[in-house]
Write a new protein. Structure first.
Length: 341
């Protein structure tokens, strides 16, 4: 039964009664078949009863108060001419420290959704961080010339970095975008690939192309690549270069060796920004080869103007099962480590 169909209170004492005067905006707030309200009910373990333009929240006081703030934040988005999609609801819930989709909230964990959001404007879309860690990460990309994003797959490390790079390029803060990855195979040997140099490395660079295609129209992206204003190249091609007035991203940095990492970091030139992203649990280097990401983290963490940002499975913004999979592997790794002690 959807929230709007509920006739009898079932889940706790009456809480706030919210009045949303614009019926058209209220329809968008509730979502198709009241799916947005259902997500909020599940996240805060409350019940929402809809009567005309009024929403009554039923449940524990802390939970209903936090849910009220979330609803007001979403309604304010609509008043500002923006959307409220399931992703936007998820963002507001995460920013409010609600374990969206789990229905589990401890009393002292309930916080109000953040009032001040960070937006990244690109040609094709507006991008917003969806978790507190993502928000801190994006802020650090604007504030620091060198930033690291470290965490599991699906947490938006590369996607957000490319979005910030495109935004800074469009605003004239940098003259070019340079995206790089180590050309390391993920656990299987592909042999010699046919074609030109670009055709050989393109399979390794595809995730970077995917991100750029989300932010720039195809014709503009093709033109910028042809002009070398946007470059996508393997890490090995960075040797000997000085990267000035550029936004530079090294993706999958856990697969760079210590020497490659040092080489890449020392390419940083005047007016440039550099972002290093990686996942310490997905190292594909040969056994016995140290990861340059771990090496850089150990050596550079005490330098004040270098930012280190960390993500966990709670920051995964892909399918909810991805977070569960990551947690299962992390738990197994922890058990293995305890057995080896």
């Amino acid at each position: 039964m959807s929230p709007s169909e509920t006739l009898v209170p079932e889940t706790g004492p009456p809480g706030p009664v919210l009045d949303f005067p614009d019926n058209r905006l209220l329809i968008d707030l509730c979502g198709p078949y009241d799916q947005n309200l259902a997500a909020i009910e599940k996240a805060f373990d409350i019940q929402i009863v809809r009567r005309g333009n009024f929403l009554t929240l039923l449940g524990e006081p802390l939970a209903t108060e936090a849910a009220a703030h979330a609803l007001h934040a979403l309604y304010a988005r609509l008043e500002g001419g923006r959307t409220v999609t399931p992703a936007d609801v998820d963002m507001v819930l995460r920013m409010g420290n609600a374990a969206a989709g789990t229905g589990v909230l401890e009393g002292d964990q309930i916080e109000m959704p953040m009032k001040h959001s960070i937006e990244i404007q690109t040609r094709k879309k507006r991008v917003e961080p969806r978790t507190k860690a993502q928000k801190a990460y994006v802020q650090s990309l604007f504030d620091n010339e060198l930033a690291f994003g470290i965490g599991p797959a699906g947490t938006g490390k590369t996607y957000l970095a490319v979005a910030v790079g495109v935004s800074m390029f469009l605003s004239g803060k940098v003259d070019k975008i340079i995206l790089s990855r180590p050309a390391v195979e993920a656990g299987e040997k592909l042999g010699f690939l046919p074609g030109t140099q670009d055709e050989k490395v393109d399979p390794y660079m595809q995730p970077l192309y995917d991100a750029l295609n989300d932010f720039l129209p195809g014709k503009q992206l093709a033109k910028l690549r042809e002009e070398k204003t946007i470059e996508i190249a393997p890490l090995a091609f960075m040797r000997g270069r000085t990267l000035s007035n550029a936004f530079v991203v090294l993706d999958e940095a856990q697969n760079a060796t210590a020497m490659q990492m040092k080489m890449f970091l020392t390419r940083l030139g005047e007016g440039s920004r550099m972002v290093i992203t990686g996942d310490r649990t997905q190292i594909d280097l040969p056994r016995g080869t140290a990861s340059g990401l771990a090496d850089a983290e150990r050596l550079l963490k005490s330098i004040p103007k270098i930012s280190f940002n960390y993500f966990t499975s709670k920051d995964v913004v892909r399918h909810p099962l991805v977070a569960a999979i990551i947690e299962a592997y992390e738990a197994e790794a922890g058990r293995t480590a305890r057995r080896d002690v």
